[in-house]
Design a protein around this ligand. Structure first.
Ligand code: FES
Length: 125
């Protein structure tokens, strides 16, 4: 895994997101109150882009149908906590956690640690 510079800090104000592509991986950068996070860029619900999603107190809200994710862990928070998974087996697949990537800020540059799989064409994200 190596770190790749993907944005400048001032390009992503607090509470905002920005989609970047590293090799074949779509990655969503998140600025939550000055802390940066990086997540898989496609929502687990219907594989639609999470670009434009709102961030509030550590939670990312998908702009399409409002699935919600913990930006630190990628865990699905909604609808996972609402619906009985045994009654909705398809939902079980859709609420799998988003992949997360390590982030560092070096001299006002946002850098994401990406696995080698992002450099190949078989990256699913
Ligand atoms: S695509 Fe994200 S909630 Fe439907």
């Amino acid at each position: 895994m190596g770190y790749v510079t993907v944005a400048r800090v001032e390009e992503i104000p607090p509470g905002h997101t920005q989609m970047v592509q590293v090799g074949s991986c779509l990655i969503l950068l998140v600025n939550d109150q000055g802390e940066f996070y990086a997540l898989q860029g496609l929502c687990g619900h219907q594989n639609l882009p999470l670009a434009g999603g709102k961030v509030w107190q550590g939670v990312l809200d998908c702009p399409w149908h409002h699935f919600q994710y913990d930006i630190r862990t990628g865990e699905n928070l909604y609808p996972k906590r609402i619906y009985p998974l045994n009654a909705l087996p398809k939902l079980r697949e859709q609420i799998s956690p988003l992949r997360t990537y390590p982030v560092q800020v070096v001299e006002e540059q946002v850098q994401v640690g990406v696995p080698q799989s992002c450099e190949s064409s078989d990256c699913r994200f």
